[in-house]
Design a protein. Structure first.
Length: 141
C-alpha cells in the first residue's frame, strides 16, 4: 500500500513539475509563421499568439548572446507557462532577422499579449530582463 501511494505521489509530482516547467523553443520560418506571425498571409505585424513572448535573435558565435542565454532560460523556468521564450538563430534564419531589420545581435523582442513589441539590442542583466518582463509584458512571477 505504501509503495503504491509513493508511486502515485511520484507520478503526480512529475506531472505537476512538467506542467509548470516549460522550455525555450527554437523557431524556424515555418514554426515562426505558426506561433508568432504569418507574414506571408499578413504583411502588417500581427501577433498570432495569446500569451506574452520573448524572441531572442542570436548566433552561436556571438559572445553576448551566450552570456544572456542563461538569463532567458532562467526567466522561462521562473515564469513558466505565463510567457514563452523563443530563440531564432540568425545564421540559419536570415529571412526572419531581415523582417525585423536586425543588424546587431543579440536583439530581443518583448511581445505582450496585445502584440505591440519592444525591441532591445545588446547584453542585459537578468534583473534588467525581469524588469522589462514586468513592465512591458505585464507578467509577474
Amino acid at each position: 500500500m505504501k509503495r503504491k501511494l509513493l508511486m502515485i505521489t511520484s507520478v503526480l509530482m512529475f506531472g505537476i513539475a512538467t506542467m509548470f516547467s516549460q522550455n525555450e523553443i527554437h523557431l524556424n520560418d515555418a514554426s515562426f509563421k505558426k506561433n508568432v506571425w504569418d507574414y506571408s498571409q499578413n504583411s502588417s505585424w500581427k501577433y498570432e499568439g495569446n500569451k506574452p513572448i520573448i524572441i531572442d535573435f542570436y548566433a552561436d558565435w556571438c559572445r553576448p548572446c551566450k552570456m544572456i542565454a542563461p538569463h532567458l532560460k532562467a526567466i522561462q523556468a521562473e515564469y513558466g507557462n505565463k510567457l514563452q521564450v523563443y530563440k531564432i538563430n540568425t545564421d540559419k534564419n536570415p529571412q526572419l532577422a531581415n523582417l525585423f531589420k536586425i543588424r546587431s545581435i543579440p536583439t530581443i523582442l518583448f511581445v505582450p499579449a496585445d502584440g505591440n513589441f519592444k525591441q532591445i539590442v545588446g547584453y542585459r542583466s537578468k534583473e534588467q530582463f525581469e524588469e522589462i518582463v514586468q513592465t512591458v509584458l505585464k507578467v509577474e512571477k
